[in-house]
Design a protein around this ligand. Structure first.
Ligand SMILES: Cc1cc2nc3c(=O)[nH]c(=O)nc-3n(C[C@H](O)[C@H](O)[C@H](O)COP(=O)(O)O)c2cc1C
Length: 289
């Protein structure tokens, strides 16, 4: 099998494949099917200063062209995650990317403080698509100045590499990425879900759309940002198989994240890793046309 290890933020990863935040829980759950140590890195679900219950069921809908989720950022809180789970990943020799969010700028900084310094954490991934409660609920990631400030503030709290995770729901994603870069960000994850609404038996529910519908938007974001910024980019959005992953690598991504595909087939991630190794060994790091 081909060696598809990559270097990210000065650390060697087994391979460039990760789960997307929020799609593999806290990591232990999937081990009934496959070992978490197969991953290049594990990405946590979004964690915040205080725990959240999330929204009532149902919380995911199959749209045919993708999925809409309305999880409501359910999580156990960053402190509890670090105390109860970091040892599990250390034993598995699997680096963690800790995904954080806040409802105020201060909450983002507090998350970075709680993580502190620990070698098992490869990076902090900052979900900037959250509503800013002090600014009428407008998402932080929509304002380049706010993005620059949040990244700069997090960087001053930690020496762990910081990744900005951006949404396509902005006028110009390259402008927002540039602002994150000016704030000192070390990498980008492109992209988060796109907001949508589903009609659930007459009840209209807001959520984020993921899956195949997202792929072209995500690929464009990766392609445009990789041309302009000298930092590693992690591609996410509608990656369902190895061909999709290769499109992202060819567009300039250093690594990829797989989310919705796991809901279709929980073995997608091991299958994609195996297929990428096979193609690499055959000397063709290119997609089947
Ligand atoms: C059920 C579900 C939960 C998610 N939770 C989070 C989250 O907590 N934080 C975050 O930054 N992104 C979250 N996302 C977005 C994914 O990490 C990813 O960016 C997006 O789904 C696009 O990838 P995909 O098309 O492969 O799913 C979630 C997505 C899904 C489907």
């Amino acid at each position: 099998m081909g060696n598809i290890s990559v270097e990210l933020f000065g650390k060697k990863l087994r391979n460039p494949v990760m789960n997307a935040s929020g799609t593999l829980g806290y990591g232990k759950e999937i081990e009934r099917l496959w070992k978490i140590s197969l991953l290049g890195a594990f990405v946590t679900k979004g964690l915040s200063v205080r725990p959240h219950h999330g929204n009532p069921q149902p919380r995911i809908w199959d749209l045919g062209y993708g999925m809409l989720n309305s999880i409501g950022l359910q999580n156990i809180g960053i402190k509890r995650f670090m105390e109860e789970y970091s040892q599990f990943f250390r034993r598995r020799r699997t680096p963690i990317i800790v995904n954080i969010f806040g409802f105020t700028e201060e909450e983002y900084f507090e998350c970075a403080r709680v993580i502190g310094h620990t070698s098992v954490v490869l990076a902090i991934e900052v979900n900037l698509s959250c509503p800013n409660v002090k600014q009428g609920g407008i998402s932080f990631g929509k304002d380049p100045e706010v993005v620059r400030r949040i990244i700069r503030g997090i960087k001053s709290e930690t020496d762990i590499p910081v990744i900005a995770k951006l949404s396509q729901e902005v006028k110009d994603i390259v402008e927002v990425a540039q602002a994150a870069y000016e704030g000192g960000v070390d990498g980008l994850t492109l992209i988060n879900t796109i907001p949508g609404v589903v009609n659930d038996g007459g009840k209209f529910i807001r959520g984020g759309i993921s899956g195949p519908f997202l792929k072209s938007f995500a690929l464009k974001a990766v392609y445009e940002c990789a041309k302009r910024l000298p930092i590693p980019i992690i591609g996410a959005g509608g990656i369902m198989n190895a061909n999709d992953a290769l499109d992202f690598f060819l567009a300039g991504a250093k690594a990829v994240q797989i989310g919705t595909a796991t809901f279709v087939d929980p073995n997608t991630i091991p299958k994609v890793i195996k297929e990428l190794k096979r193609r690499y060994k055959e000397g063709r790091w290119k997609r089947d046309l």
